[in-house]
Design a protein around this ligand. Structure first.
Ligand SMILES: Nc1ncnc2c1ncn2[C@@H]1O[C@H](COP(=O)(O)OP(=O)(O)O)[C@@H](O)[C@H]1O
Ligand SMILES: [Mg+2]
Length: 396
């Protein structure tokens, strides 16, 4: 026992065998140039440039699927903008709306970036949304702040009403002589359709689209990153090729590619391999798939979990009608509201997008069409992850 512990520590002290700078593969790392994103980078820079002369830049919307470089481009341009700011009035704030959780907490995070008087600071609960917004506007006005506000995953801020967002996009009078420009980022291509027209017209003054990377582009991004992150010669070209191909299999996602390379490096080091070989990539890919499911399941709404449990009762899949019956029984048993078939179908479609359920349309001849629905999560994982939710224990 102690021998193994000693061996672990000795190995660590000797230094890492494959990694040279593991940090270069972390999600926060933004390289100094972003190949294949020159046009988008220049575009964002052009829109934000007026801030250097003290004028308010247009609001800006960046969108494209995950891992297409949106956050990296925004971060890089802001970094350069701040380094050239002679006015000393530019302030930037970055908030990820999904991680912040609620609209209120998003505003609280924004206020943390501002130099607020102690008595004006936003408590974590207790104020109305408009009071919080007003305190933010007043500070911007009083301190003549030129705020560039990056709202990442901004779609999480848009749910039932868009009032807060609307207020922020039209805050000109309240913030003068300071100003507030929003750089909104969304992974959801349909986000615009959900936006109220009046919000869209002021938020999307400028729009920049980020296409997925091609496999060749991912290869090149990975090669550059591997050079910084790993010791010379430990990542063969075949590894890079496989990693790029796997990451491009859904859509060209640089985050997935880089994550996979990092996990593969860890696997290879732990197993004492001499190089990050293709086998390590395959193991990393499997591990990441499992992690995605285990992360997605616990945070699902209760109704979605019940639908998943209902689906798990049909080992070889089922159809919409049968599943709805099973769902109804479980919902009654657990004492929650029984949703209409229409709402249940909507949730099934969302679970399909998340990759937890497969719902394929099949024709029933003259009887019309139905869906063949199958759970993609194995029962062990389901029992382990959903079983943690006390309300559902009896249903499984
Ligand atoms: N063109 C690029 N060159 C190098 N690295 C990139 C490039 N685009 C994205 N990345 C890296 O890929 C990862 C995901 O990018 P990110 O900007 O977070 O994607 P998004 O915000 O679109 O989901 C980050 O680690 C980022 O540094
Ligand atoms: Mg992002």
């Amino acid at each position: 026992m102690t021998d193994t512990v000693d061996a672990i520590f000795a190995k660590t002290k000797k230094g890492r065998l494959l990694f040279q700078d593991r940090n270069a593969l972390s999600t926060e790392f933004v390289p100094d140039n972003l190949p294949f994103r020159e046009a988008q980078t220049e575009n964002v820079a052009e829109v934000l440039a007026p801030a250097l002369l003290g004028s308010k830049p247009s609001n800006l919307l960046l969108y494209g699927k995950t891992g297409t470089g949106k956050t990296a481009v925004a971060t890089l341009v802001i970094r350069k903008l701040l380094s050239q700011d002679d006015t000393r009035q530019i302030l930037t704030a970055y908030v990820n709306c999904r991680l912040a959780g609620t609209e209120y907490l998003t505003l609280a995070r924004i206020s943390e970036a501002l130099p607020m008087d102690k008595d004006k600071r936003i408590p974590l609960t207790g104020l109305s949304l408009s009071e919080v917004a007003n305190r933010i506007f007043k500070t911007i006005s009083k301190e003549k702040i030129h705020l560039i506000l990056i709202l990442d995953e901004i779609d999480y801020l848009v749910n039932t009403n868009d009032d807060t967002l609307y207020k922020f996009t039209r805050s000109g009078e309240d913030t003068a002589p300071g100003f507030l420009t929003i750089v909104g980022i969304s992974n959801d291509l349909r986000f615009k359709e959900r936006l109220n027209a009046r919000v869209l017209s002021s938020l999307g003054e400028e729009e920049i689209v980020f296409p997925p990377y091609t496999t060749a582009e991912l290869r090149s991004i990975l090669t550059a990153r591997a050079k910084i992150a790993f010791r010379l010669g430990v990542v063969p070209e075949s590894t890079i090729n496989l990693c790029a191909a796997l990451a491009a299999s859904e859509h060209g996602d640089a985050r997935r590619a880089i994550d996979m390379l990092r996990v593969a490096g860890e696997v290879a080091e732990r197993e004492g391999r001499q190089s990050v070989d293709e086998e390590s990539i395959r193991k990393a890919s499997d591990k990441i798939e499992r992690d995605v499911v285990e992360k997605a399941l616990p945070s699902l709404p209760l109704q979605a979990k019940i639908i998943i449990i209902a689906t798990s009762k049909f080992l070889s899949g089922t159809n919409t009608g049968e599943l709805y019956l099973a769902y109804t029984n479980l919902a009654k048993k657990s004492g929650v509201e029984v949703l209409t078939q229409r709402r249940v179908s909507g949730i099934i479609a969302e679970l399909d997008v998340l990759g937890l359920i497969e719902a394929a349309v099949v024709s029933k001849g003259r009887k019309g069409r139905t869906k063949h629905i199958k759970l993609l999560v194995d029962n062990d994982t389901l029992g382990r992850v959903i079983g943690e939710d006390a309300r559902l224990l009896d249903l499984i």
